[in-house]
Ligand binder design. Structure first.
Ligand code: GLU
Length: 373
């Protein structure tokens, strides 16, 4: 792997999201560890005092709620988990407020679900609120709103939620702190820098024969795809190392860095990238090339197949003939309509549907390329 100048990579970072997993802030699984939280808070306060804006994404609500309730086993039912999260979330925030308070640092609680991300107005509201908090020198503390989130509206894991946050507030860096030193290669060595998330890298996260990686690496890699696709940087590092966030920002050799795929995406495309898709449109290789290489819109003629039920304005994903996802966008036509006009020329739309609303099924302004094409 090529050598990189870590100092220069982190020199212009202004807005950071730091994510901690349950094991990074608890001991014996269900008890908050004040020592661990104390170290984390001290580090974040130091980073903030160096002029950076900091948002913390924290897990631990369900685990600490279980501890408080005296539940030994993770509840099987959704209401059980949600009840534990409701108890744990207040406990979590009380402790964060107290510990940050020792440094006179105000914090705020933000609870989000995928439903808030999918809805453009709620998304913008959340974004404005977090920006206002940052301007007011507050450290927003984010978790999934577990008490209301069920499958359809759930992000599901905080690695992915923290990556969506990078889009939501246009942050420049996501640091995921966990109990590993970084992203490991097949020989068990931490990779210093990952310039692109290739199929080989994906195989290391979940493939058989991998020495150290766990299921946890799969969601981290998914987060890295979202972040690097937005044109931002992600780091995976060990939460138990002292002053880890400060040291990463100082360019010290800690953790694995994922480099941006390209330029920073504009806000609207970042939102599209974070929304949930309602359906899938399969396109031929000519259409794929037109979208990827020439930055064109998706026309009916290149569409082969439609899967799922969607309406005008919904997010759909585009896959190629091998079912590899390469783009996401907002559709101008419903799934029923796309089924009728697929494979047809644009000038045939009117005779098939009775009227023509748009020439394109997905306009290029509403289309975001994803994956490593
Ligand atoms: N939101 C969950 C909690 O606070 C954690 C989800 C995760 O760890 O990814 O318990």
């Amino acid at each position: 792997m090529k050598k990189i100048d870590r100092k220069s990579i982190f020199a212009n970072i202004r807005r950071i999201v730091v994510k901690v997993g349950t094991s990074s802030i608890t001991s014996l699984d269900t008890k908050l560890d004040l020592g661990k939280i104390g170290n984390l808070v001290k580090d974040l306060v130091q980073v903030k005092s160096s002029g950076k804006e900091v948002v913390l994404v924290t897990s631990g609500a369900i685990a600490t709620g279980m501890g408080k309730l005296g539940w030994k086993k993770r509840p099987d039912t959704i209401p059980g988990k949600q009840a534990a999260a409701a108890v744990g979330q207040t406990h979590l925030m009380r402790i964060y407020e107290l510990v940050f308070g020792e440094y006179d640092q105000l914090v705020a609680q933000i609870l989000l679900t995928q439903g808030d991300i999918n809805d453009r107005k709620r998304y913008i509201n959340a974004s404005n609120t977090i920006s206002t908090l940052l301007q007011a020198n507050v450290i927003p503390i984010v978790n999934e709103n577990d008490t209301v989130a069920v499958d359809e509206i759930k992000v599901g894991d905080n690695d992915t939620l923290s990556a969506h946050l990078i889009n939501l507030i246009k942050a420049d860096l996501l640091i995921i702190l966990s109990d590993v030193d970084g992203f490991y290669d097949n020989s068990g060595k931490v990779i210093d820098v990952i310039p692109a998330i290739t199929p080989e890298i994906k195989a290391m996260a979940g493939g058989e024969g991998s020495a150290v990686s766990t299921g946890g690496m799969i969601t981290k890699l998914k987060a890295a795809e979202i972040v690097t696709n937005a044109g931002e940087i992600m780091v995976i590092a060990n939460s138990q190392k002292p002053n880890i966030v400060s040291r990463i920002l100082n360019g010290e050799n800690e953790g694995t860095i994922f480099l941006p795929k390209g330029d920073k995406l504009p806000s609207r495309k970042r939102w599209i990238a974070s929304t949930h898709h309602k359906g899938t449109i399969k396109v031929d290789s000519g259409a794929k090339d037109a979208l990827i290489k020439h930055g064109r819109s998706l026309l009916p003629s290149g569409i082969i197949e439609v899967v799922g039920d969607f309406e005008f304005g919904d997010t759909v994903r585009c896959v190629d003939e091998e079912n590899v996802e390469f783009a996401k966008g907002l559709t101008n036509y419903s799934s029923v309509e796309v089924n009728l006009i697929k494979g047809k020329k644009t000038n045939e739309i009117e005779s098939i549907l009775g009227q023509i609303y748009y020439d394109e099924v997905i306009h290029r302004d509403n289309l975001v390329l994803i994956g490593n094409q």
